[in-house]
Design a protein around this ligand. Structure first.
Ligand SMILES: Nc1ncnc2c1ncn2[C@@H]1O[C@H](COP(=O)(O)OP(=O)(O)O)[C@@H](O)[C@H]1O
Ligand SMILES: [Mg+2]
Length: 337
């Protein structure tokens, strides 16, 4: 992939928690330990993992709603931490985020007209007349009647609210949309409609999507590339079809096996994904305690990142797919937070 539109380079996000250690020291937690990813123009990268793995934090970092504790975020080659305020303001119009629950992300007291026009107002785009025309155009694009402009979010269905959120995200003609579980809060019956809408919009506008999902089953239909996250790190990434049909990380395999699949060849004994406590030393592979393959070294040494082929890698001592090159891992051991 040449010149990615979005690049995350060893991003780490550390939060201060409310907990205290027995010595009375502040306890920190790494929501994101070590995430590197690349997303090209017009492409979709799905970020998949169970709840609490750091997907939303990564999504917020990618659109500069949050700063990484360390590591870099580059948009179109610009390091978001190094550019000036004015340039960041300009760049902000080029990346937008759509949240999981439009009920809480859209201000319920505002009318749809104002909600969709707000980014235009903030970026001083056009005048009242041209903004209203733009809102009508956006409503057409997301498949909502123009009469929706006078409504408030609570008067709309979940699917309609998500369409409003998408229209708002599209208002400034962005190049990248980060969608954090955009259909998880919706009725199953409308999920496909919203995913189809996102896919149509992508083709029309050559949009890039970073699509967060806890559901691997959805990913194969929506993304070309997938990155699997576990406890703040990407454990495997690559083209969707390859990762799903022949997972290289035991965690990815557990996810694949937990996915109800119409293909009997992909269905294996259920119950592989279970909850385990973090292992005490905090060193080694974060997945070791849950991993059916784990051996001694997995518990005390961080796994290397193995490049299986161009664009496909896995962080595992004993990958399920043979690799060609081994690079030393860059992930830092858990410091016990
Ligand atoms: N603002 C915050 N302060 C402290 N901890 C946080 C904060 N945001 C997220 N976390 C913690 O970071 C971890 C990852 O959270 P999140 O990125 O929301 O994961 P996901 O979206 O995959 O469910 C969780 O353990 C969560 O409790
Ligand atoms: Mg989340």
């Amino acid at each position: 992939m040449t010149d990615p539109l979005l690049q995350l380079d060893h991003v780490r996000v550390r939060y201060r928690t409310r907990r205290m250690s027995f010595k009375g020291a502040v306890v920190y937690t790494d929501a994101v330990r070590d995430v590197s990813l690349e997303l090209g123009e017009g492409q979709t990268l799905a970020l998949v993992g169970e709840s609490g793995s750091g997907k939303s934090t990564t999504a917020r970092v990618a659109v500069a709603l949050e700063r990484p504790t360390s590591g870099r975020v580059l948009f179109d080659g610009n390091d978001l931490a190094l550019i000036g305020r004015a340039q960041l303001r300009d760049l902000r119009s080029q990346f937008q985020i759509v949240f999981q629950d439009p009920h809480s992300s859209l201000d319920s007291r505002m009318q749809v007209l104002d909600l969709i026009a707000e980014p235009l107002v903030i970026h001083k785009w056009g005048n009242t007349g041209s903004r209203e025309a733009r809102v009508h155009q956006l409503l057409d694009e997301v498949g909502l009647p123009r009469a929706t402009t006078g409504r408030q979010p609570h008067q709309l269905s979940g699917g309609q609210r998500q369409r409003v959120a998408i229209a708002r995200a599209l208002a400034l003609n962005p190049r990248l949309i980060v969608a954090d579980e955009p259909v998880s809060a919706l009725d199953v019956s409308v999920r496909a409609q919203i995913l189809n809408l996102l896919s149509d919009l992508q083709k029309q506008h050559n949009l890039s999507y970073l699509m967060v999902s806890h559901d691997l089953a959805l990913v194969n239909h929506t993304a070309q590339f997938v990155a699997v996250m576990f406890r703040g790190s990407i454990v495997e990434s690559g083209p969707c079809d390859q990762v799903i049909t022949s997972p290289a990380h035991p965690y990815t395999r557990a996810l694949v096996e937990a996915v109800p699949s119409p293909d009997p060849a992909m269905v294996s004994p259920a119950g592989t994904v279970r909850e385990w406590p973090e292992h005490a030393s905090g060193l080694g592979c974060q997945y070791a305690n849950r991993c059916p393959q784990a051996r001694g070294t997995c518990f005390d040494t961080a796994p290397p990142v193995v490049e299986l082929q161009l664009g496909r890698s896995v962080a595992c001592h004993f990958p399920l797919v043979a690799g060609t090159t081994t690079a030393p891992t860059t992930s830092t051991p858990n410091t016990g937070a």
